[in-house]
Write a protein that binds this ligand. Structure first.
Ligand code: JFT
Length: 235
């Protein structure tokens, strides 16, 4: 998978070369490039923002510096999927992550200030005929698109075969137990069961006996019961 990131703060994305994703890039499974929007801006101040038409507080990201950064990427690959984090977008869910994990090429456009000139998504969707997804990480307010992009990139790329160490842990994890065919829990939304590791007794707290019983059927039933109880508590 190729990932391009357009931002005025490329430093936000340095953690992507750490651990899992750093190795995936070394292995050629993933190629991540950041593009500094500021370098595309003109004038002595290299402005990327201006005051909003209609008035109001704050500044808005101008369309043209963004287009200068994006056009070469879109022209090189008209099949790329553009993702624009925005507080007014559709919710980014695990289902979205799964669907986007099979894309060949993603472009994340990160804005700041009060947001991006609305003609940017309109132009790339309607005129350039690119798939544009405006997505929100969740119902809380961030200062810009960078942290949202970072979270989405991690959620998406860990699903690429070979990026995660152990593919078995994918079917077991929270929010993904749904629709596992042949599983007793198929169709249910569950959350992760509690995990324990050594030592068996820690500060007076014991590991549940069933987990050390060696009875795999009993362990599976106990975990499903725990996951259901946790799911009930959430709703
Ligand atoms: C916030 C954001 C997401 C997501 C993109 C851009 C500017 C600041 C802002 C804050 C409140 C209202 C603009 C962004 C997000 C989220 C994404 C931008 N801001 N208007 N905040 N919270 N869950 N995704 Cl561009």
């Amino acid at each position: 998978m190729k990932i391009d990131i357009v931002t005025i703060f490329p430093e936000y994305f340095t953690p992507l070369s750490l651990s899992l994703l750093g190795k995936a890039q070394g292995d050629g499974l993933l190629e991540i490039s950041t593009h500094n929007l500021r370098e595309r801006a003109h004038g002595v101040h290299k402005s990327v923002d201006d005051t909003p038409y209609g008035g109001g507080a704050g500044m808005v990201m101008m369309a043209e510096p963004i287009a200068q950064a994006i056009d070469p990427l879109v022209n090189a690959d008209p099949e790329l999927v553009m993702i624009i984090p925005t507080p007014s977008g559709a919710r980014f869910t695990q289902e979205r992550a799964v669907e986007l994990s099979t894309a060949e090429h993603l472009l994340f456009l990160c804005g700041r200030y009060e947001g991006i000139d609305a003609r940017v998504p309109e132009y790339y969707r309607e005129v350039a005929q690119i798939r544009v997804e405006e997505l929100s990480l969740g119902d809380y307010v961030l200062a810009g698109g960078e942290v949202a992009s970072l979270a989405m990139i991690e959620a998406i790329t860990r699903l690429i075969p070979g990026v995660l160490g152990n593919p078995d842990s994918l079917v077991e994890e929270s929010h993904v137990l749904r629709d596992v065919s042949g599983d007793e829990s198929a169709g249910e939304t569950l959350v992760e069961y509690p995990n324990y590791t050594k030592p068996p007794q820690w500060r007076g707290l014991d590991v549940p006996e069933v987990l050390t019983s060696g009875n795999h059927g009993a362990i599976a039933r106990w975990r499903l019961e725990q996951a259901r109880a946790r799911a009930r508590k959430l709703t």
